[in-house]
Design a protein around this ligand. Structure first.
Ligand code: FAD
Length: 428
């Protein structure tokens, strides 16, 4: 059987991962991306004036093996650093105090690293959550115990971007089980930024392997014949596919729903909002959790601080300037606490980035999942596929699985479609 080019649509992390997997198999790939640049939801924003910052802070855990392997494969693993080696600093707004907590249950053997209020019955609840046999909301297992505020609530929102009263216990349980392995819960961030430390190294690796990345090319529709794709109608061209060519759609679910309306896809999303303030920060990034405030996480870099608010639907319609002011008042004392010259009365330049569909809503209902190979020569990828939380890790895995499913499929690269007539006229 001959296997021709694989056309990958979407150059986010899932698409880049798929392209790397195809080239590892010895195959030929080409990427099409609607935006002017690759990276998708992982990107650094470089405005004409002022400071550059990521769209939003992204963290990886050392449990995210596939993501870390991708970083190694593109020579970027050393660019991701652990900002808080001694435990995660958590600032409690009501008391104005900061304590360090461990994210792994092993670290709780040290009293100083236990989340506030953790008791012996909580360990049983956390185990029930980690090995939850039935689907239910996270809050229905943890209840109103103090660890909901000091650990499980912030972790649920950070990992699932969904409030704990509706978030899926099984999805969080999967993540918790992965974090339980020794040294799996170390938290990493990009040393400089997402484009510099993730996207650009992946793109450069693909380019050295001869993979073209065509930006500004939105897939308008697929041209199909029977069960195969025979053409891609893009922004300014139509690409006709040979009988041995394949397609990977590495796209968000709403795009899959538009292109292939018969497929079941998740249709509810959650927002993430980031407020970035320009300031003189430390040489090495700091990462701090916050409880009792709207601000949830602070990533303090050399020239700015990024403040994350996940599951942010309630905040989306607020006027950006008002929100920035409120968030600055919350974080100025935290910055002072770590030795940065910050006063609530002196708010620096701020930028608000709202990602309305940051991830799918990962609640305790059964999320619709399409087949990975809905057409004979077309596979799907994207962070929303599968049972893991929708993150960089699941995006990387989905790209690898799309390449593998095409490789395994007997009809993906055959000549079966040669005599089919196109369903749309512009396939030629
Ligand atoms: C603010 C924020 C914070 C986050 N924090 C974390 C975190 O801390 N840790 C973590 O692991 N994950 C985090 N995530 C999630 C992570 O960004 C995503 O899981 C991951 O980037 C998804 O990659 P993807 O390739 O599946 O999708 P996308 O990044 O959405 O890529 C899809 C690509 O397809 C392109 N496209 C869309 N339609 C078309 C079309 N018709 N034709 C051609 N191209 C098209 C898009 O422009 C995009 O480039 C965060 C996300 C956001 C928004």
């Amino acid at each position: 059987m001959t296997v021709g080019r694989t056309h990958i649509v979407g150059a986010g992390i899932a698409g880049l991962s798929a392209a790397l997997a195809i080239t590892r198999q010895g195959g030929e790939a080409v990427l099409y991306e609607a935006a002017p640049q690759p990276g998708g939801r992982c990107r650094t924003i470089h405005p004409d004036h002022g400071f550059a910052h990521d769209n939003g802070t992204h963290v990886l855990f050392t449990a995210n093996r596939h993501a870390l392997n991708l970083l190694k494969a593109v020579g970027a693993r050393a660019r991701w650093i652990e900002p808080e080696r001694k435990g995660l600093p958590l600032y409690e707004t009501h008391t104005g105090t900061m304590r360090q907590i461990g994210l792994s249950p092993w670290s709780w053997l040290r009293r100083s690293h236990r989340p506030a209020g953790l008791g012996i019955t909580d360990l049983a609840r956390i185990l029930r959550l980690a090995f939850s046999a039935q689907e239910c909301p996270v809050a229905s297992i943890i209840g109103d115990r103090p660890i909901m505020d000091s650990l499980i609530g912030p972790l649920t929102i950070a990992v699932l971007n969904t409030p704990p009263n509706v978030a899926s216990a099984q999805r969080l349980g999967l993540a918790l089980r992965r974090l339980m392995w020794p040294r799996a819960s170390r938290l990493l961030v990009a040393g400089t930024g997402l484009s510099e430390d993730l996207v650009r190294p992946a793109v450069e690796t693909l380019q050295t392997q001869g993979v073209p990345i065509l930006a500004g090319q939105r897939l308008r529709h697929l041209v199909t014949s029977r069960d195969r794709v025979i053409g891609l109608s893009l922004t300014d061209r139509t690409v006709a596919l040979g009988p041995d060519e394949r397609v990977i759609l590495a796209l968000p679910p709403y795009e899959i729903g538009r292109l292939l309306p018969a497929l079941p896809v998740p249709r509810r999303f959650e927002a993430i909002l980031n407020v970035h303030f320009r300031l003189a920060g430390p040489e090495r990034p700091r990462f701090i959790g916050v409880t009792g405030a709207r601000a949830q996480w602070l990533l303090v870099r050399r020239d700015h601080v990024s403040v994350t608010i996940s599951a942010a639907d309630a905040t989306l319609n607020e006027i950006a300037a008002d929100l920035a002011s409120a968030v600055w008042h919350e974080i100025a004392p935290i910055l002072s606490h770590i030795g940065i010259d910050a006063s609530a009365a002196r708010q620096p330049e701020a930028r608000v980035v709202k990602e309305k569909r940051a991830t799918i809503r990962q609640d305790a209902t059964l999320l619709p999942q399409p087949p990975r190979l809905p057409l004979a020569n077309l596979a799907l990828a994207g962070d929303w596929l599968g049972v893991l939380p929708a993150t960089i890790e699941s995006a990387v895995i989905s790209g690898e699985e799309a390449a593998a499913v095409l490789e395994r499929s007997p009809s993906a690269g055959t000549h079966a479609a040669r005599h089919h007539s196109p369903r749309r006229e512009d396939a030629a």
